[in-house]
Design a protein around this ligand. Structure first.
Ligand code: ZN
Length: 660
């Protein structure tokens, strides 16, 4: 925590709650004192970050945009009674769709179930003047009304965004819009045909396109200027070009130019060149992530969703990650992993602590707290990766959680609470640093092994690998010696919270009767249950009942560290060898199933606290002060109304036409 943040402590971080979502906001310490060119650069990049919002809606499901625009038309134009309870339910439904960038829950991937009736929906439609509705050449207004009613109320239609359990065809059961009329087998065969074992610098095949079958022929529709999503991409490029003009240095200028060329051509070789150049840009204060990047939403792990994070370096806190980076080789050499699976030479692990200035696409409103890019394995092996911890986001989470009662309810003892309150913030941040900066960057695949072979189990296993690396080192005396962890007690605080979360508290995000779907949650469950089982004989972790409540108590933190190390060794082996059977077994056995009784108890205890289990953010608003055509200052403010921000974004940054 630094002084800038402490000054903002009377700031209202938590804005509102609806459904299982809480909306917060974050501050950007030090923005006002940046130089004018830095402010201009952040402003242009922020505009670019907002221009891709509709792309993500359309990627998540083909009818998301037409539905969102129709619901917004009702919100803006409905002439009936807006004070009714059912209208409030309609508004909650719309807020959820804004939050998830579509009709499926951002975490569980299930379609939202509205708390208003079909009859009421018709009443809303019939009492909204026609001029408010979206217009399109492909659908009449009546067809729009019919289609949207079907999308909302037909339970058979697109029930899951991303289906990830064992099935004969993941694509048929997933609503995502990366494939149209193509089966899983066809899609896999299409991309396998490009792969060549002798190619040591393969492009990320299929990352930036939609795969469709027309008249029996499979083709790619590439996301680029002149291609799919051109209307939004043209705007992104417009702002990136402004950014080039005020870049901090030549390297950053070249990075942005490569990104522009990639958007103009859709050429994935240019995307690789951009990423390699981006990795050289280490000395700029300002940085940006902008593109089709993470493949979590594609059940086949091929297609990238659009996202952006505009940020600048927190120089003070970056001293911490500099120390971690400088010692990266030591960590690699001393890990419990089999020497065959270790990197002989850890290259270019660069890590920094940043302040987010603007979040867009798949990073908004639900936001990561750390990022490690690029994703291409060969680029990471040859050029390293950039890793960030977004500390104004973790700080806002921390501030918003104070006084929620969660810790008091699920921590076993006062001592456990004391450790969490004293060291929780710093220990969590350090865990994120280690996860992003060392964990994902560690280890290597055996020659000839492709990361794709782990398929739908790759993501949870990869997250587990990074978490285990962090957990294993959290308790290493080296951290205290390096001056980045105050004492061993801080590591204990992290172990306590990790086990609480993996065994119990994360279950608050799942409905009774369901299993764990999301990759990070599967990862945490897998780790916690594995070490619980393996340490049972020696009571490393004990399940304790107190006044009818269940707690998980760590009796021996050092023995737990050894177990984390043992699991890290096995998880790295699975990844390095591409052992699909072992990967599936590990994830299915420890990461997916939930003890029904424990789940019910957790939900019951959580319900009494009245806290939403998921959180996201409203963005700061940047406004350019223009005098004689020149931006002379950029003002930052922190809006406190989520609905207004969503409506503003839909009005000002909606560029894609409605297509079917
Ligand atoms: Zn990760």
């Amino acid at each position: 925590m630094n002084n800038n943040m402490q000054e903002a402590d009377n700031f209202e971080y938590l804005l509102e709650q609806f459904g299982d979502i809480k909306i917060m906001r974050y501050t950007v310490p030090g923005f006002e004192t940046l130089e004018i060119n830095q402010k201009r650069l952040l402003y242009f990049l922020s505009e670019a970050a907002l221009c891709g919002r509709d792309i993500l809606f359309h990627q998540n499901y083909k009818y998301n945009l037409v539905l969102r625009k129709t619901l917004e038309a009702i919100y803006n134009g409905y002439t009936g009674n807006r004070g009714e309870a059912e209208f409030a339910e309609f508004v909650v439904y719309l807020k959820k769709i804004w939050f998830a960038n579509g009709i499926h829950h951002h975490y569980s991937s299930d379609k939202f179930v509205p708390e208003f009736s079909l009859a009421y929906y018709h009443e809303l439609l019939n009492n909204t003047p026609a001029r408010f509705f979206p217009t399109t050449a492909v659908l009449s207004l009546d067809q729009i009304k019919e289609l949207t009613a079907d999308v909302i109320f037909n339970k058979e239609l697109a029930p899951f965004k991303k289906y990830q359990n064992d099935t004969d065809d993941l694509l048929r059961q997933s609503a995502v819009n990366f494939y149209e009329g193509v089966s899983q087998k066809e899609a896999e065969a299409f991309y396998d045909a490009f792969k060549n074992d002798d190619d040591h610098t393969p492009i990320s095949f299929g990352l930036n396109s939609r795969l469709t079958k027309k008249d029996g022929i499979i083709t790619e529709e590439t996301y680029k200027i002149g291609g799919l999503y051109t209307e939004a991409i043209e705007k992104i490029v417009y702002w990136l070009k402004q950014a080039v003009e005020v870049a901090e240095n030549e390297t950053q200028q070249q990075v942005l130019q490569l990104l522009i060329r990639y958007y103009q051509t859709g050429d994935l070789k240019t995307w690789d060149a951009y990423n390699i150049m981006w990795l050289q840009d280490l000395h700029s204060l300002i940085d940006v992530v902008n593109g089709f990047i993470e493949t979590y939403e594609d059940p086949l792990g091929i297609k990238g969703t659009w996202e952006s994070v505009v940020n600048f370096k927190n120089l003070e806190a970056t001293k911490r990650t500099d120390i971690i980076s400088a010692n990266a080789q030591w960590f690699e050499d001393h890990s419990p992993v089999d020497p065959r699976f270790k990197k002989k030479e850890v290259r270019g692990v660069s890590a920094k602590v940043i302040y987010a200035v603007q979040l867009g696409g798949d990073c908004f409103p639900s936001t990561p707290i750390g990022i490690n890019l690029p994703n291409a394995d060969w680029i990471r092996a040859q050029y390293g990766s950039k890793s960030v911890t977004i500390e104004n986001i973790t700080y806002a989470h921390h501030q918003a959680s104070l006084g929620s009662g969660m810790l008091e309810e699920f921590a076993f003892s006062e001592e456990e609470q004391r450790l969490a309150k004293t060291y929780g913030f710093i220990a969590d941040n350090l865990h994120t640093d280690l996860h992003e900066c060392l964990g994902h960057g560690s280890g290597q695949l055996l020659p000839g092994v492709s990361p794709d072979v782990l398929k739908n189990y790759h993501s949870p296993l990869e997250e587990a690998r990074a978490d285990l690396f962090a957990l294993y080192y959290m308790m290493d005396p080296k951290l205290v010696e390096l001056g980045i962890l105050p004492c061993e007690e801080a590591a204990k605080a992290e172990y306590n919270s990790y086990i609480r979360n993996g065994m119990m508290t994360q279950l608050v995000r799942i409905e009774q009767g369901k299993t764990i779907e999301q990759a990070h949650m599967r990862c945490r469950s897998l780790i916690a249950h594995w070490v619980f089982e393996k340490g049972a004989k020696n009571k490393v972790i004990e399940q304790v009942e107190k006044e009818g409540k269940t707690f998980f108590v760590i009796n021996d933190h050092r023995a737990l560290r050894t177990l984390f190390g043992a699991l890290l060794k096995e998880v790295q082996r699975i990844k390095s060898e591409g052992d699909y059977a072992a990967c599936k077994q590990l994830v299915e056995q420890y990461g997916v199933q939930i003890d029904a009784r424990l789940h019910a108890e957790t939900l019951e205890r959580f319900k009494k606290l009245n806290i939403a289990p998921f959180g996201g953010f409203v963005n700061p608003k940047l406004e350019a002060v223009v005098e004689d055509g020149v931006i002379t200052d950029v003002l930052i403010s922190y809006p406190d109304n989520y609905t207004l921000q969503m409506l503003e974004y839909s009005a000002d940054y909606s560029f894609l036409p409605i297509k079917l």
